[in-house]
Design a protein around this ligand. Sequence first.
Ligand SMILES: *[C@@H]1O[C@H](CO)[C@@H](O)[C@H](O)[C@H]1NC(C)=O
Ligand SMILES: *[C@@H]1O[C@H](CO)[C@@H](O)[C@H](O)[C@H]1NC(C)=O
Length: 423
Amino acid sequence: MGSAGRASTVVCSVFLITALLLKIHLAAADDEKVDLKEHAEHFYGSNQDNKDGDCPESDGENGISEESDTTLEREKEVPVKLTRLDGVQVGHIQEINLTPGRSHSLHTVNMKPLIFEIPDFFSNEECQHIIRLGQEQGLEVSSTHQITADNTLRLLDTNGDQRLSLQEMRRTIEDGYDIYLNDDDIREMYFRLKLDPNQDDFISRSESSGLKVRQLAAYIKDLVSKNPIKKSRYSEQTWIYPDRTKDDLVAEFQRRLLKLTRLPEQLINKYSFFQVVKYGPHGHYNAHLDSAGDTKGLPCCHLVTTKKCRICRYMTIMVYLNDVEEGGETAFVVANNDTFSDQTLRNSGNINLNNHCRESKLHVRPQKGKAVIWYNHFIDEETGWFGDVDNFTWHGGCPVIKGEKWIMNRWICASNDREVDLA
Ligand SMILES: *[C@@H]1O[C@H](CO)[C@@H](O)[C@H](O)[C@H]1NC(C)=O
Ligand SMILES: *[C@@H]1O[C@H](CO)[C@@H](O)[C@H](O)[C@H]1NC(C)=O
């Protein structure tokens, strides 16, 4: 090998070891669905065409009056709009009525992105009850992407200098496998796999030709099995489907969401499943967006069964179900920053909350029963419906240092197609 004759072919295919990326779903439909649910937040809902949310317009009781239906008989085309609660300013408190006989207050925690808290959204007993539901159903280890040995991997030579720095290799592995290594892990990997013979911390073009993706994938898989802390998500979880249970509290939760959000009932009733998650010591979830923003062309995952789709979650409602002894904050990594740059964020390493929790700009402390609420998307000014993703909502869970952390996650889905959403 090493003869000059190879040079031209190498030049042609430069740094691309084919772009099949990782295959989350090669497999047959049913397996896939089970799998998808385990993919933490990443793909869900494609198997949910539960039509039980087909409610006729019902704005009545909740004081939601988007439409002036009496006066506008003729032109009934006053479109329903998405709602967004008014934060007013940080520290603002509004009394709200979510359930008879109890009062709740809505606190504005942040404006950019807009984040609210509701202390005691659930009572102690209610928290206990939700945890029990999760336990009864059985928790499964959360996985994000599966590492399979036949993967191909896209090497991210972001600055185009024809070689991979440690940082670029770190990004490559993050993007390809959703695994978060540090520089020492990468050096160790180079050493074990004999990837960087001259040990200059760069993988040059000729060194990269010795890189076997299978071998790399197998190495990482093994590393993570011994060190689950390297995973983007280290937790256990289960899904609860309101339409498959007669549980009173689950139904009550739906009613509270309707009153809280003042969104059309259809949006609350459809795709209403939620996640109960437990994080043990070291448990964390690296920063991410709950919804996809930069893939406008794709259909929303909750509306299709195809693999190519994007997650469309208008709102997130997260409730802490216990008090965490230490750690476990929800961190909004770029909150209140002047501008947002995806590149800067990724290069900062602050996505990795296992190591960089403190660098986040805003931390919300776990507190039993407290709900944290935010909007992953803006409202489109023209349509009054699903708008751009709010890049300042990048967030994750800091490591639990002492004790355990239980939360529930509920998302309210919407799409760019109002008719479909309201059907
Ligand atoms: C935070 O804002 C500064 C100033 O505008 C900008 O240079 C930087 O890229 C931003 N950081 C992120 C992570 O977007
Ligand atoms: C959010 O960030 C993405 C990725 O950098 C960018 O393409 C998009 O335009 C940003 N969205 C908004 C509304 O600024």
